[in-house]
Structure formats: structure tokens, C-alpha cells
Design a protein. Structure first.
Length: 347
């Protein structure tokens, strides 16, 4: 019996819909949470492009729903646990906001350790993969990176050029090793996340902050600070912070193989290097110009003065080695391996 044309068309539509159903059913929406504003450099130049790329490569079967500025609740120090516990599917955070939990990873936050975000991010990725994956239990690291190295941003137009001038100043630190470094230099460290810095500086609670140039516009430091201090050109930076873009492990494991492959293709050492260069190294000149265009003074330590600062903070490496060794690891060997990786990739 010949089926009337309208019925054939309906049948064809039904078959097409049935064929599309599995693909539609497999669309995955990933909740991505971080602590910076939606206008920040990291949001617009790293997280959003990464999400756009996995959407494109998965034919829109992977989609991100990004929640900036802690919109899902909690504090920056709780972000890692939010990924581990499934509150968010993916987070971007500074793991060491949770002091003492990432002892091995924080080797890259030691003073005068890294020169560039691109190189140190590659080194950091390889170091964690070999030595510190237990610190990331419950999550899958997608990319790990450092920043471009912290500089000093001060409310005083006179600025700081010597240890004596820094002595007693209240300076924001991002992490416990940053705090330890500042104390060794004679400053009074005040540990706080970046979003708290603008108000603290504007109200005189702190005299300045250690922040990478990448973070200057996010905290409006080009407007609040009157002077800035860098290391001599080409030298290792004062300090650093480590960052992690991690995914809930169970969520990753639940994906079909082809979507896992999309995630995997946008993870690892190469993606970590991209995050360091694109999100940090490449923006330094423009963000530096934001400060100089306002008439802010930008100073650099002399080579002789930097040697004094390095000597004043030299004991911090040894303290880290003791702490890691007390937990059962070979701290000295880990420090040397991290330095070797930095020499290899961060030149």
C-alpha cells in the first residue's frame, strides 16, 4: 500500500528527530566558577576562549556556563573544594589560598624562582604530574600555570628602592610563602585575596600590594597606586602564585569518550603554556602602560640591591624543604627538580 506523501514526510521527520536525540541528550553544560570579575583579563582572555574552543570542537555538545566573581557562593579559598565536591564542574583558582594543603605545588611560589609565566607554567605542569598529583585528589587538572611574577604596587609616590625603605610597610600577600618572603624583607605582610586589595589600599589598611602586572586593572591598581617596583630586566621575579583550572573528576569520568577527547585536547603542558603566555606575559606591556600613562612612577631594583633582597630571603627555601620533608617527602630533591624544570622551560 502506498503511503500518502504527508505521512511519508512526517515519518521522515520522526526518523530525523530520533537520530538527533542521542546527540542532543549528550550535550553537557559545565558550570565554571572563579573569583575575578567577568570583565577581568583571565575571564575574557583565558576562561571564555577556552570554553568557546571546546564548544566549537565538540559541535556545541560541550557548553560552559561561567560564574565569575564567586557567583555560586563561597570564598576564593573554597573554590578547589567546590570542584572536588561537585558544587562546580570546573574552577579556576589559586590552590594555595588554602594554606598548607599544596605543599609540594607551592615550590613555584618561592622567592626569585621564575622569570616568565609561559616557561614556569610548563615546568609547573610537569612537576605536578610527576610529584604532586595526590594534592589534586578528586579533580582532574586541565591546565596549571603561574603568573608573570609579582611586583610591588604602592600608595606612596616616593616608592621603594631599598630594603630600608620597605621596612615596616604593610604589604598585601597572596599566599603564605608570599607572606614569609615579605616578613624576611622586613615588611608587615597582610594576606588577602586580590578582590579585597582595592578597598584595603584605598582606606590605608595596607601601604601596597604584591600583585602581578596582569592583576593591575582587575584591582584598579593603576588608579590607586602611585608607584610600582619591579626586579631588574630579565631577572627572576620577586614572587609568584600558582593557579589551577581543574575539573570534578567524576564529572569528567561521566563524559562519553569523544567529549573526553575534546577536554584532553585542550589540557596539559601545551595548554598550560598558552595560559601563562596569553593570560599573563603578553599583557604586561599594556598594563604597565596603564600606570605610566597616569604619571605613576615605575622603579626597578639595582642589581646590587636585588642581591641584598635575595640574601634576605635565602632561608625561605630551606624552611620549605624542612616542611615538605616533615610530611615524608624528599624536600631537597623536589626543590632541585623544580629548579631543573624551570631552567629547562623558563629561560
Amino acid at each position: 500500500m502506498r503511503i500518502p506523501s504527508p505521512f511519508r514526510q512526517l515519518a521522515a521527520l520522526a526518523l530525523a528527530a530520533a537520530a538527533m536525540a542521542p546527540a542532543l541528550a549528550q550535550q553537557v553544560v559545565l558550570k565554571v566558577h572563579h573569583f575575578l570579575p567577568g570583565t577581568s583579563n583571565v575571564h575574557t582572555n583565558l576562561i571564555q576562549p577556552w570554553c568557546d574552543k571546546i564548544a566549537r570542537e565538540s559541535a556545541d555538545r560541550l557548553k560552559c556556563q561561567i560564574y565569575p566573581a564567586m557567583q555560586l557562593g563561597g570564598t576564593p579559598a573554597q573554590l578547589f573544594d567546590q570542584a572536588r565536591d561537585g558544587v562546580a564542574d570546573i574552577v579556576w583558582t589559586i590552590p594555595t589560598y588554602s594554606a598548607g594543603r599544596f605543599l609540594k605545588s607551592e615550590v613555584f611560589e618561592l622567592p626569585f624562582f621564575t622569570r616568565s609565566a609561559k616557561g614556569s607554567s610548563q615546568a609547573f605542569w610537569y612537576f605536578v604530574q610527576k610529584n604532586a598529583m595526590e594534592e589534586y585528589a578528586g579533580v582532574k587538572p586541565l591546565w596549571l600555570h603561574t603568573n608573570d611574577g609579582s611586583s610591588f604596587h604602592l600608595t606612596s609616590a616616593k616608592g621603594v628602592k631599598t630594603l630600608e625603605e620597605l621596612k615596616g610597610m604593610k604589604i598585601r600577600a597572596a599566599t603564605r610563602l608570599n607572606s614569609r618572603m615579605l616578613a624576611a624583607l622586613g615588611a608587615a605582610p597582610v594576606q588577602m585575596p586580590l578582590p579585597a586589595v582595592p578597598e584595603a589600599m584605598a582606606k590605608g589598611v595596607i601601604d601596597g600590594a604584591m600583585v602581578p602586572w596582569e592583576g593591575v586593572p582587575a584591582a584598579k591598581l593603576q588608579e590607586i597606586a602611585k608607584s610600582h617596583l619591579d626586579v631588574p630586566a630579565g631577572q627572576p621575579k620577586f614572587a609568584n602564585s600558582i593557579f589551577a583550572f581543574v575539573m570534578n573528576k567524576a564529572r569528567y569520568d561521566s563524559l562519553p569518550a569523544d567529549l573526553k577527547k575534546v577536554i584532553d585536547n585542550n589540557s596539559g603542558a601545551e595548554t598550560s603554556a598558552w595560559a601563562g603566555e596569553k593570560g599573563f606575559d603578553s599583557v604586561v606591556p599594556a598594563f604597565h602602560k596603564l600606570a605610566t600613562d597616569r604619571g605613576n612612577q615605575v622603579f626597578a631594583l639595582s642589581a646590587a640591591e636585588m642581591a641584598r633582597w635575595e640574601k634576605a630571603t635565602a632561608e625561605i627555601d630551606g624552611l620549605w624543604v624542612k616542611e615538605v620533608s616533615a610530611k615524608g617527602a624528599n624536600g631537597a630533591a623536589l626543590l632541585e627538580e623544580a629548579r631543573a624544570l624551570s631552567r629547562q622551560y623558563d629561560r
